[in-house]
Design a protein around this ligand. Sequence first.
Ligand code: ADP
Ligand code: ADP
Length: 222
Amino acid sequence: MTGFAAHGVVKRFTRGTETVTALAGVDLAVAGGEFVALVGPSGSGKSTLLAVLCGWETPDEGTLEPAAAVDRGWSDLALVPQALGLVADLSLLDNVLLPARLRRHRTTRTDAPGDPVPLAHRLMADFGLEHLADRYPHQASLGEQQRAAVARALVLRPALLLADEPTAHQDRDHADALLDALRDAALDGSAVLLATHDEVAWSRADRVVSMRDGRLAAGAPS
Ligand code: ADP
Ligand code: ADP
């Protein structure tokens, strides 16, 4: 099976004496090859769902079926967090390569994927970052840093790709380049889930799901 699924996922947070139910029973399956847009108002639970799916948060109830495309030599999962998480003292190119390099050191597999450097350069060129390869994150704009974070995820050719507002700091042309690349990842077999307010992203997705008060419904919000 490729792709992933969440069944009846509940996640609560405690703030002082108050309990917030961020996810109130979420069912979602995204198949390998599918590009799904997750929409919904701020505070509806989108980031929490991504955090649960990537293992940052443990659900209080429900089950998750992780991606199982390791047999294709892929890393299972890549995340583009809203806070980006670039390493300050690595160049943009080294940031893009970091997870792929860590994976190569970790793996004992004989069929590990090949050299990630050419793919990293291609993605940086597609995203208008080629001339910034040697710059550090603080020498790049927020939009450039965000494109580097998307490239960092794509370089893994992950079975599951989660992205939180990946076009938030982009003009239309750069947003379109990012969406093209995410679409290509899906065509290549990744299951792609994008939390996004970008209506162009909704129109490019295979499917739109809307979150409201920790619950999911099919389709864009009315
Ligand atoms: P969205 O991504 O759609 O804006 P979030 O998943 O960030 O929504 O938040 C859903 C709800 O859970 C909100 O009420 C938010 O305040 C709460 N929440 C999210 N993370 C935490 C946390 N770590 N601690 C306490 N409450 C949280
Ligand atoms: P954006 O439109 O993406 O927000 P900015 O206006 O922030 O871009 O930046 C414009 C250009 O200036 C970019 O090419 C960026 O790389 C460069 N730049 C921004 N901040 C710095 C910095 N601290 N040092 C060097 N170059 C920078």
